[in-house]
Design a binder for this molecule. Structure first.
Ligand code: ASP
Ligand code: MG
Length: 804
């Protein structure tokens, strides 16, 4: 036989109770032998409690009682609850007259909820021609008589139950009231709130049922609350021992007293969803799995109380006094942590008890306040406790580090010695994000990296497409999910909490909204997005003003935009200080040499103490092409330049390349990597544009390209034999000083040298160091272009993702 238990939500008016009837109907039709245990319907018990409370305070309870009755019968005119309603009328009237009630009376009141529920279902089943038998558990389960929280007398109850079921067995479905019982004087007692679970497991035990099926409104037990953690997984099977850990943290079905009768007879407990007949729910059995189960549970509506004082140091009995004072007021402590120095003791109580707890402690420690042994007792509202069940301390650093990276600093934490349990107190507003971060970490579920992309021009657009194309693969290979949650241009942002789709370009036009940076920060916050990265693919100085704000709000930064690194050295330093303070990173490999691993190499060399003595090279892809081609071929300068323009190698106004500022900026960025304090003004730049062509519209410049020919033809011809022209950046001098020499210039070098051999639009960088001597480290390759730049940015994102 199976025992089925249905909870209040399953039995509520409407879909609930109809579905319950269907479930039972199906089982009976399939020839299954079942017994049904019910709790009161919907919110009945709470309602009755409220009405009782009102009556005892002489408030008007009649309206609410009327509504209560209406709820019970409105969908089912055919059932007669006269008896129950009259009983309630009488009880409430009495309480109202007395202005008080006992626990005994309360049990009598609350019991009507279960009686009504079981009577109703019995009737509904009979209407479907199912042989159903209303069974009042007060005739069966006998208790020690402690009202409100009675303990069953097992021997007697068992006898009663067995006898009853011998009479009504076979095809009859006994519909049993949960929660309620009676003492030996036949007075009604209850088994404590949520007690119908207990009734069901007692029946299962007495009748040696093959399974207890507990029908709830959730699909089973999850690794975390699926409302809060999208990736939460249903646990198919776990042991009672493991379930017991969960029970401690408040899951009522799994209350210890409820599962003991099941463990005793090795009866499996299945948690099912009334509203989803497809699932198998979660099965809890006596078998212990080897691996152990992990899950997250949360305690909400709690407050943290903090007792501070130097004088607590080494004093005997401080804890005892705290607990005694609280116990006196019936305040339970669910979490405690204290330093060995005892300068501070923090503990967690129910939120609605916090004020009272503070008050009693202030009384208790009054004398210590005067002596200044205790300096403050404070309440921190709005906290939550997260318990990581199945977590031992040997791997706790993983979730912990992940939290810190996301700027979630737990207020307190503690662990159990035996139970493999770590609990943390976090601020409530960070709960959601904290759960997701921990969950992702302990289940090695692909780590989600949430990305906001600013600028979706050539590089930005290519990047988005590259990311969208490789998301699946990266998920498979690296267990990292890249989620672009926002893409913005200078005017509009498109939000996509669950990630951008391939049609993002049209969508940003249609659905994009104007924004300020704060909106993006709040969006991430409201949706509890973790592992945040902001990508700057703009060329704008304006946007760099938001960097620090983003860093403060837990964003790592990646940029192909060079501006932030070439503004004043003060800003450069300030940004780094803020990054450090907030433990955030800023990567910009593509600032110099696009995707070439240049900055990373220089960083590493510098960090490892290698003295870099000079960096020299062709920094600009467009100017590389220009001079490589011009040097190799007998063609006018303007013709080669026009070709570079046509191929899209230059900026629309090629003077932006020719003026040398871009190379200057790159050089400055490298210099600053070496901790040099140079400013942009310190860079000596040889501007390739003749003075008379520097001003004016791009279009008119483009018409006058021919005027460059004479100048450069002359330069070309004045070279020594077998030499070629190269436009280079050169960082040199005593680089251990505060500043280095930064030159950007057109030089003539032997064709056979490394620089002389550069082809196409390649970049080349020679890094001279003390250990490598005259032989520089050379990094060479495509140093420009949207695709390689986007790849480079992508690389930075993955570097950050790895560390997240
Ligand atoms: N109706 C009771 C309560 O709400 C018992 C139960 O639902 O299990 O606590
Ligand atoms: Mg690079």
């Amino acid at each position: 036989m199976k025992v089925l238990k249905f909870g209040g939500k399953s039995l509520a008016n409407g879909k609930g109770i109809d579905t319950v009837v269907d479930i039972i109907h199906n089982k009976v039709r399939n020839g299954e032998k079942i017994t049904v245990v019910l709790s009161a319907r919907g919110n009945t018990t709470n309602e009755l409690e409220e009405i009782l409370e009102k009556a005892s305070k002489n408030e008007d309870y009649k309206e609410q009682l009327k509504a209560f009755k209406k709820y019970q019968i409105e969908d089912f005119r055919g059932v007669d609850f006269d008896n129950e309603f009259k009983t309630l009328d009488k009880l409430f009237e009495g309480v109202s007259l007395l202005g008080d009630y006992s626990k005994r009376i309360k049990d009598q009141v609350l019991s009507q909820g279960e009686v009504i529920s079981a009577k109703l279902l019995t009737q509904l089943l009979r209407e479907k021609n199912i042989k159903a038998n209303f069974t009042d558990s007060r005739d069966l389960i006998k208790t020690d008589g402690r009202f409100g929280d009675a303990q069953p007398l097992n021997k007697l109850s068992k006898e009663n139950v067995i006898n009853h079921f011998q009479k009504y067995n076979g095809s009859t479905v006994n519909v049993v009231t949960g929660f309620i019982a009676s003492n030996t004087k036949n007075e009604t007692t209850t088994l404590g709130r949520n007690g119908s679970n207990y009734t069901a497991s007692l029946l299962a035990n007495y009748l040696e049922a093959e399974e207890l099926q507990n029908y709830t409104h959730v699909n089973g037990i999850y690794t975390a609350n699926p409302d809060l953690v999208q990736d939460a997984k249903k646990i198919e099977k776990l042991s009672f021992n493991e379930a017991n850990e969960l029970a401690y943290f408040g899951t009522n079905i799994l209350h210890a007293k409820t599962i003991i009768p099941l463990i005793e007879k090795k009866i499996p407990l299945r948690i099912l969803n009334t509203f989803d007949s497809n699932g198998n729910g979660t099965l809890i059995t006596s078998e212990t799995s080897e691996k152990g189960i992990k899950s997250l549970s949360v305690l909400e509506n709690v407050a943290l109380i903090n007792l501070k004082g130097r004088g607590l140091l080494g004093k005997v009995g401080v804890d005892a006094r705290i607990f005694r004072a609280l116990a006196h007021k019936n305040i339970s402590v669910s979490f405690i942590s204290q330093g060995s120095s005892e300068r501070g003791i923090g503990f967690v109580v129910d939120a609605d008890k916090a004020k009272e707890a503070k008050d009693v402690l202030e009384q208790e420690f009054e004398a210590d306040f005067y002596k200044r042994d205790v300096s403050a007792i404070s309440i921190e509202d709005d906290v939550s406790v997260i318990s990581i069940i199945g977590q031992d301390l040997s791997t706790f650093h993983k979730p912990y580090n992940a939290l810190i990276k996301n700027q979630i600093v737990p207020l307190l934490f503690n662990n159990t010695v035996s139970g493999k349990n770590v609990s943390l107190v976090v601020r409530k507003r960070q709960l959601h994000r904290a759960l997701n971060v921990i969950h992702g970490e302990i289940f090695e579920i692909s780590k989600k990296i949430n990305i906001a992309i600013f600028g979706h021009g050539l590089v930005g657009g290519t990047l988005i497409d590259q990311i969208l194309q490789s998301t699946k693969q990266i998920e498979k290979r690296k267990n990292i999910t890249l989620n672009i949650f926002a893409v913005a241009n200078s005017r509009k942002v498109l939000f996509a909490k669950n990630g951008l789709e391939t049609n993002w370009k049209t969508k940003i036009e249609e659905k994009g909204v104007s924004y300020a940076i704060e909106d993006i920060i709040s969006f991430a916050d409201e949706h509890h997005l973790e592992n945040l990265i902001a990508i700057d693919n703009t060329a704008s100085e304006a946007f760099t003003k938001s960097y620090i704000n983003l860093v403060k709000h837990s964003f790592d930064l990646v940029s192909s935009n060079k501006v932030a690194n070439t503004l004043s050295f003060d800003f450069y330093k300030e940004l780094r200080i803020k990054l450090e303070e907030n433990q955030k990173q800023y990567l910009y490999e593509t600032n110099v040499g696009a995707g070439l691993p240049l900055i990373d190499t220089i960083k590493l060399l510098h960090l490892s103490g290698e003295n870099i003595t000079r960096i020299k090279g062709v920094f600009s892809g467009s100017l590389s092409y220009l001079f490589n081609t011009f040097s190799a071929e007998e063609r006018p300068f303007s013709e080669v330049l026009q070709e570079a323009i046509d191929k899209g190698f230059t900026e629309p106004d090629p003077r932006e390349d020719l003026c040398g500022n871009d190379v200057g900026r790159k050089l400055l960025i490298l210099a600053r990597e070496l901790d040099l304090g140079n400013e942009f003004d310190d860079v000596n730049i040889h501007n390739l544009i003749p003075k008379n062509l520097r001003e004016g519209e791009a279009s008119s410049f483009l018409e006058r390209l021919g005027e460059l020919d004479e100048v450069y033809q002359k330069v070309k011809e004045e070279q020594k034999p077998d030499c070629v022209l190269r436009y280079i950046g050169d960082l040199w001098g005593d680089l251990s000083q505060e500043k280095g020499n930064l030159d950007v210039k057109l030089v003539s070098v032997p064709k056979s040298s490394a620089l002389g051999q550069v082809k196409g639009s390649d970049s080349i960088f020679e890094i001279y160091t003390e250990s490598y001597g005259d032989q520089p480290i050379v990094i060479q390759g495509a140093g420009a272009g949207a695709a390689v730049t986007a790849r480079g940015v992508f690389g930075d994102i993955l570097r950050l993702a790895d560390k997240a």
